[in-house]
Design a protein around this ligand. Structure first.
Ligand code: NI
Length: 394
């Protein structure tokens, strides 16, 4: 099966590069993936898949039936949206839309989903189980997965695979991780309400700006003194506004930030823990407060059994030198975790780094990939799916 998949992928390579370049040149922002969805739908239909459009607003689902020996569905999820970034590469196929760029490699992900569908549709007689290809919109705004799940894409799905490109890994290599891959990311907004007064007479006022600074400082210190240092927690206040004039004590401050954590217990307790600190500081200095805590996407926790199937498939396909067990998770966030609330899954990192050159990070206007990674990604997904159906006796 592996050599068959590799041969099919090599034959498809020029077509896949053409697809990737087309998608790269025509990026669409989150929730506006109309052209991309139509394109994806066309390719999936030409492979004989049963295609559903307008799933999760602008998402697409392709169902591939195996030979019927086994029941159940393995899902493969890729995302399709681009970012509001002005592309600065000089590539022939650079974005033709001003201010919009595939700077997170979702053009590559979409290509991987299509390439895997092209290959597995040719092997369907040998494929015991079914595959559902999920082409998700709006990952960059952490909305698309929830739209897709609401529209029922996880119905009857037993397991799910995901992939993200990774420029700090060399192309042709694959990064695998057991357990936590990305963090839970929540949003926080805090209002401090003091009392205005003359800048020269602080004792007659309640200085909201100074109290806000105490809140921030206390929160940062409390992380280091009251949270388990082996369970990462990052709290970043990225926005703060307040005050009207240099000589007027501010009566009002708004601050907003992001809270990243990995451990479920840490995550569960965050709203109460943060509010306790905000309340104590404000009470001490006579201010009132309001806090809005919004749960974002949970942490991606890769399932042990599926990750083992993935790792075995990769070692067989690429040899040990190209398979990297990632030593650390990321505190970035990924809405792939929302699918994992419905079925176990695993997400891997696909090396796209180019040798002997600067590899710009994701979301950078000069981000570019080594296109040889496309074959690695497609073969990895297709072969892992085959190994999954070999092993899984549903
Ligand atoms: Ni991304």
């Amino acid at each position: 099966m592996l050599s068959q998949i590799k041969t099919l992928a090599e034959d498809l390579a020029p077509r896949l590069i053409e697809i990737r370049r087309h998608l790269h040149a025509h990026p669409e922002l989150s929730g506006q993936e109309y052209q991309t969805a139509a394109y994806v739908s066309g390719v999936l239909s030409s492979c004989g898949l049963h295609v559903q459009e307008a799933v999760g607003k602008t998402g697409v689902v392709g169902n591939l039936k195996g030979n019927g020996a086994k029941k159940g569905i393995l899902a493969i999820r890729t995302d399709m949206d681009a970012l509001p970034i002005e592309e600065l590469t000089q590539l022939d196929f650079a974005s033709c839309k001003p201010g919009v760029m595939h700077a997170c490699g979702h053009d590559v992900h979409t290509t991987l989903g299509l390439g895997t569908a092209m290959i597995l549709s040719q092997l369907r007689e040998q494929l015991p189980g079914n595959i559902r290809f999920i082409f998700q919109p709006a990952e960059e705004i952490a909305q698309g997965a929830s739209w897709m799940v609401q529209d029922g894409v996880m119905r009857d799905v037993d397991s799910i695979l995901g992939v993200h490109v990774f420029p700090s890994l060399q192309a042709r290599s694959v990064g695998i991780r057991y357990g936590a891959l990305t963090a839970a990311a929540d949003d926080i907004e805090i209002f401090i309400k003091g009392e205005s007064g003359h800048g020269a007479r602080p004792h007659e006022a309640v200085d909201a700006i100074w109290i806000a600074s105490q809140v921030i400082t206390t929160l940062q210190q409390a992380i280091s003194r009251t949270q388990n240092p082996l369970r990462p927690l990052v709290l970043t206040i990225g926005q703060i506004t307040g005050g009207r004039a240099p000589n007027v004590i501010a009566d009002h401050v708004r601050m907003a930030g992001t809270v990243r954590s990995l451990h479920p217990e840490t995550h569960a307790n965050l709203p109460e823990w943060i509010e306790g600190i905000v309340a104590n500081v404000c009470n001490t200095y006579g201010a009132k407060y309001e806090m809005n805590y919004r749960r974002g996407v949970p942490s991606v926790q890769n399932d042990v059994n599926l990750t083992q199937i993935l790792e075995n498939a990769c070692r067989e396909a690429w040899g040990n030198d190209l398979v990297e067990l990632l030593p650390e998770p990321s505190l970035g966030a990924e809405d792939f975790s929302l699918y994992l609330q419905h079925a176990p899954g695993t997400m891997f990192r696909l090396g796209v780094g180019q040798p002997d050159t600067v590899n710009y990070p994701l979301h950078h206007p000069l981000f570019e990939i080594d296109e040889s990674a496309i074959i690695t990604g497609v073969v990895t997904l297709a072969y892992t799916a085959c190994k999954y159906w070999e092993i899984n006796q549903t």
